[in-house]
Ligand binder design. Structure first.
Ligand code: FES
Length: 75
């Protein structure tokens, strides 16, 4: 089923980030986050694990519909 998705090029989700690692795990201290953190879920960001807007081009190129996770502190 995945092979039929536009832009699907294999079994990998991650094609660029920390390729030397067997598993990419990031830890963010909530005190360092400010009022809001915008985290990448498309694996295309140059500022991973933060979103840099690269999902827009990915979605245009592939027909995908991914976007970031936004974590906000309660007001
Ligand atoms: Fe990946 Fe925005 S760059 S979700």
């Amino acid at each position: 089923r995945l092979a039929k998705c536009p832009g699907f090029r294999g079994n990998r989700v991650n094609e660029n980030i920390k390729m030397e690692n067997n598993k990419v795990v990031d830890t963010i201290d909530i005190e360092d986050m400010g009022d809001k953190g915008v985290f990448c879920r498309c694996w295309k960001s140059k500022k991973f694990p933060y979103c840099d807007g690269s999902h827009n081009k990915h979605n245009e190129d592939t027909g995908d519909n991914v976007g970031p996770l936004i974590v906000k502190k309660a007001a």
